[in-house]
Design a protein around this ligand. Structure first.
Ligand code: SF4
Length: 340
């Protein structure tokens, strides 16, 4: 039972149940999120009786232990967190001049099974609990002694397949009693669960949506992302366009560029068509090779040609900067590297 898995109302209910006044809830959360404390015993403005009751009832602040970490020369740092049941998940810290981002996981393994992804090859184990999601961001902020400004649900797992917990975690990251991160700095990345995209559009949250597009026609997309057989491209794209229209927020189309697979002229033509006439942005991502997967990244000149041509067609586009190559900062790779 983790405090980081509870929202303010739930912490207040817990505090009242323990016979303490409601305001103790905010004091407790202040220690957890502002001061970054993990031990009830250090929360000096809480009565000793409350500190003891929390411990005796089996509550703890954090469900995560750092099982390993690797830092790249550019400051990108990949963390392997051990969960209470022994499973591990990964999160990545990405420092840039204007933003400090954490890419966090939402599931142990993943059922989507994308062929280019190390996590997809491991299969699905379980959904993460709310505290296990929130605490990846909190713990990395603690370790780096820095305020994390941005967070993206783009690590292991399909966030919209763990919808309620991911959304609750996002609300805690955003809350004034939580990590106080601006909603517009929070992003959920999905492989395209259509009903969940429509549901997300109705949430009262100004968060960003990113779609793992990666292919512009159904045959290839179904091969790369098997979920496409359930929710084909036309349905996914309509859901994204509807999301942008309803929320007035720009949707990012993530496009991992794989040499000889999705980087031809016909792919580019279709990409332009898919991205024209609505509020979206194409993010071209150099493929980060995964052991035992036969794909290679498209050459830089091909990426540049995609970018130039998209821009010539008035499609907002960018190439994602390669970060943390030395720590293999892509899905599911640290575990293999550290053999944990
Ligand atoms: S890329 Fe994302 S959705 Fe696809 S298998 Fe990997 S973790 Fe799952």
């Amino acid at each position: 039972m983790e405090i980081t898995g509870l929202d303010l109302k739930e912490v207040e209910a817990l505090i009242l149940e323990l016979g303490e006044p409601r305001y103790r809830a905010r004091q407790l959360l202040d220690w957890v999120y502002k001061k970054g404390t993990d031990a009830f015993g250090e929360m000096s403005n809480l009565p000793l009786s409350l500190q003891r009751s929390l411990q005796e009832q089996g509550w703890r602040v954090s469900p995560l232990a750092v099982a390993g970490a690797r830092e790249a020369r550019d400051g990108t740092k990949k963390y392997l967190f051990r969960l209470p049941d022994g499973f591990c998940v990964e999160a990545v810290y990405i420092p840039e001049v204007k933003r400090k981002t954490v890419c966090f996981s939402t599931q142990v393994g993943c059922a989507v099974g994308c062929v280019f992804c190390a996590t997809g090859q491991q299969g699905f184990k379980r959904n993460l609990m709310v505290g296990e999601i929130v605490d990846q961001v909190r713990k990395i902020g603690q370790d780096r002694k820095i305020r994390i400004s941005h967070a993206v649900a783009m690590g292991q797992g399909e966030p919209l397949a763990n919808y309620e917990r991911t959304l609750k975690a996002i609300r805690i990251l955003n809350a004034d009693y939580g990590l106080k991160m601006a909603a517009r700095h929070l992003t959920i990345s999905t492989s395209g669960i259509v009903p969940a995209i429509y549901r997300l559009a109705t949430e009262e949250l100004q968060i960003n949506l990113a779609l793992s597009l990666h292919a512009t026609e159904d045959q290839l997309r179904s091969r790369l992302i098997p979920l496409n057989r359930t929710y084909p491209l036309a349905q996914v794209m309509k859901a994204c366009r509807d999301y942008a229209a309803q929320t007035k927020r720009r949707v990012t189309l993530e496009y991992i560029m794989i040499a000889g697979v999705n980087d031809g002229e016909a792919d580019l033509d279709r990409l332009i068509k898919l991205a024209t006439g609505w509020l979206c942005h194409v993010n071209l991502i150099p493929y980060n090779p995964v052991p035992a997967v036969p794909y290679q990244p498209s050459p830089p000149r091909v990426r540049q040609r995609f970018l130039r041509t998209l821009e010539e067609h008035k499609v907002a586009a960018s190439i994602r900067q390669e970060r943390g190559g030395e720590v293999e900062a892509a899905c599911g790779q640290l575990r293999q590297q550290l053999k944990l």
